[in-house]
Design a protein around this ligand. Structure first.
Ligand code: PMP
Length: 382
């Protein structure tokens, strides 16, 4: 495990929120394929998306998604472009406008939910079923009702910026659409609970560039009006995601990453490790007198752990302390500040242990400095 090192021989622990850490074996295989893919004398970056070799990659990646998430045959698995943000538009464009429906329901649980709501309003009426905005999105709202005439309910399973995660999705008798960008493949889910799932690739799936959409075929059939081709699920499904040139490299690396996940024992096994990592870090935060977690205890995310210093003046200092010791990507999102440790699938437990250790050392040094100042003050005043 000597790949993640800098020129000065420092091991790098990547807590970035996305694009994020990938398994070393995956980046190595990707690098090999960039040089010479399968001994073909061509780089993966040079092969045609219509070649038999790449079509095999597409098929294999689709099958791995199906196998690892238990996707029923009644669902399409699509590899699209435009990131999760493009799905903020495509979902209402298809399921509201394209289906001739008037209204959709949205749960306002964070920054990205807000962005999805803003786009949906371009295509129809939006019912906000509940919002945690007034408390800086520190919890996931519950006990809400949904208009029965809404075309779908849109939720965000994991709020990447605020560090909250949904445990219970409820059943409201209308299709559930879920933005799973930051926790797909990190925990077991029942795909049949959802009408449509989407996720930008750049967390637990692979590098940025590809967006995964898993959509119930029945739901696509509700789309009856013409739509621009690139935004039409029907077109993408009937062309096996090859209507235009797909993000070849991104799909290829996703395939390698999903093979890695399968080797780890699949989603159930990685979920156990993810729970252990999150419990380790939350325990360190909770026993600290310097740091505190910002998310409501019962909605704490196992993927993105958000925390702050009680004394915010120390936050810069802590960041430079850990940065100087090989930790990257810990700075919280600009809209919330503080820290965010992202614990995606490829992050090893030893990186979490290391962060906890540094938090302990830093806290001890802060206490020691405070004590020395106190003693110095006592001496000068006596
Ligand atoms: N939804 C969630 C939950 C996210 O975390 C992100 C990005 N990190 C997005 C949407 C936006 O994704 P993209 O940048 O792929 O459009």
């Amino acid at each position: 495990m000597l790949t993640y090192i800098t020129m000065s021989n420092q091991y790098i622990h990547n807590f970035g929120a996305g694009p994020c850490i990938l398994p070393i074996s995956v980046t190595e295989k990707a690098a090999d394929a960039v040089r010479n893919w399968n001994g073909m004398g061509l780089s993966i970056l040079e092969v045609s998306h219509r070649s038999a070799a790449f079509e095999e990659v597409m098929t294999k990646t689709g099958l791995l998604v199906r196998e690892l998430l238990g996707v029923p045959d009644s669902y399409e698995v699509l590899f699209l472009q435009g990131g999760a943000s493009r799905q903020f538009e495509m979902v209402p464009q298809n399921l509201l406008q394209g289906a001739g429906k008037k209204k959709a329901a949205y749960l306002d649980s964070g920054y990205f939910a807000q962005k999805a709501i803003k786009q949906a309003r371009l295509f129809g009426e939006v019912q906000i079923v509940a919002s945690s905005r007034e408390k800086a999105y520190s919890y996931i709202p519950s006990n809400y009702s949904v208009h029965h005439d809404a075309a779908y309910l849109h939720v965000t399973s994991n709020n990447t910026i605020e560090g909250t995660q949904m445990l219970d999705f409820g059943n409201f008798g209308i299709p559930l659409v879920c933005d799973m960008s930051s926790d797909i493949f990190s925990r077991e889910i029942k795909v049949s609970d959802f009408g449509l799932i989407y996720a930008g690739a750049q967390k637990n799936l692979g590098p940025a560039g590809m967006t995964l959409v898993i959509v119930k075929k029945d739901l696509i059939r509700t789309v009856i009006y013409p739509l621009p081709a690139m935004g039409d699920y029907r077109v993408m499904a009937s062309n096996n995601s090859l209507y235009n040139t797909p993000p070849v490299f991104s799909i290829f690396v996703a395939m390698l990453n999903l093979l890695w996940l399968k080797d780890q024992g699949g989603v159930a096994a990685i979920e156990k490790l993810n729970i252990k990592k999150a419990e380790t870090l939350y325990a360190a935060i909770d026993q600290s007198e310097l740091f505190y977690g910002t998310a409501n205890l019962s909605h704490r995310s196992k993927m993105n752990v958000t925390f702050r210093c009680y004394d915010q003046a120390l936050e810069e200092e802590f960041l430079s302390y850990v940065t100087g010791r090989g930790i990257v990507g810990l700075k919280g999102h600009g809209s919330v500040g503080g820290f965010r440790a992202s614990l995606y699938n490829a992050l090893p437990l030893h990186s979490v242990d290391y962060l906890c250790q540094l938090m302990g050392f830093f806290e001890a040094s802060v206490k020691l400095k405070a004590k020395s100042r106190f003693i110095a003050n006592q001496t000068t005043s006596s």
